[in-house]
Design a protein around this ligand. Structure first.
Ligand code: ATP
Length: 204
């Protein structure tokens, strides 16, 4: 059974995911996979360099993600080309990791779970919900970036209400210092119950 964990930038997905991991739940992280598929030596990285030139690389040979992001930002056909390359690779690797996971259920952590249609892979969607003001404040403090940079990312992600429309469960993480472990423990018990019911229904 796959639980999708999502939320906007700086909402607390990583914080919540780490609490599930402490309870023994396997995490499949779409952001980590998105970096792995363009690692040095990968076919995808070679294709990106063939398309955009060596400017796409940092001096150590890794992908210059910030350069590539700004390169495709205002170039719709380049963006489509990049998405057509990356999305199938990411999806295949997500699927492979989900298939090999051993815990009673798996958490698929993806900031763009809804935007990229990854909900098709999940049984339940758990949304970490915070107000945009909290997202901006926490992201600026964590990443030392400007308010306008965070606002631009917020504008490219789906809105709070669109995300909540897909939610089966919601963790409210707006208050600073809130103890999330209790909410996670309750959800864990619920997901274990769902997973055991699902197992009972699986034909042998
Ligand atoms: P991103 O999508 O940008 O990777 P995220 O959703 O994974 O972000 P986190 O990195 O877990 O979010 O949290 C964002 C920041 O907010 C971190 O610095 C984290 O320590 C802090 N944070 C998360 N939850 C709380 C909370 N309840 N109280 C105070 N700070 C919090």
């Amino acid at each position: 059974m796959v639980i999708g964990l999502t939320g906007g930038i700086g909402s607390g997905k990583t914080t919540v995911a780490n609490l599930f991991a402490k309870l023994g739940v396997t995490l499949v992280d779409a952001d980590v996979i998105a970096r792995e598929v363009v690692a040095i030596g990968s076919e995808a990285l070679q294709q990106i360099v063939a398309k955009f030139g060596a400017d796409a690389l940092l001096s150590d040979g890794k992908l210059n993600r910030a350069w590539l992001r700004s390169r495709v930002f205002a170039d719709e056909s380049a963006k489509q080309w990049l998405n057509a390359l990356m999305h199938p690779l990411i999806r295949t690797e997500i699927q492979r990791q989900l298939n090999t996971a051993q815990s009673a259920y798996v958490l698929l952590v993806a900031p763009l779970l809804i935007e990229n249609g990854l909900t098709a892979l999940t049984s339940q969607v758990l949304v970490v919900n915070v107000s945009p003001a909290t997202q901006i404040r926490r992201t600026c403090a964590r990443d030392q970036v400007s308010i306008s940079q965070v606002e631009a990312i917020l504008a490219a992600q789906c809105s709070q209400s669109q995300r909540l429309a897909h939610a089966d469960q919601v963790i409210d993480n707006d208050s600073d210092g809130i103890d999330l472990s209790e909410q996670v423990a309750e959800l864990h018990a619920f997901y274990l119950h769902l997973a055991s019911e699902k197992l009972a229904k699986t034909p042998t």
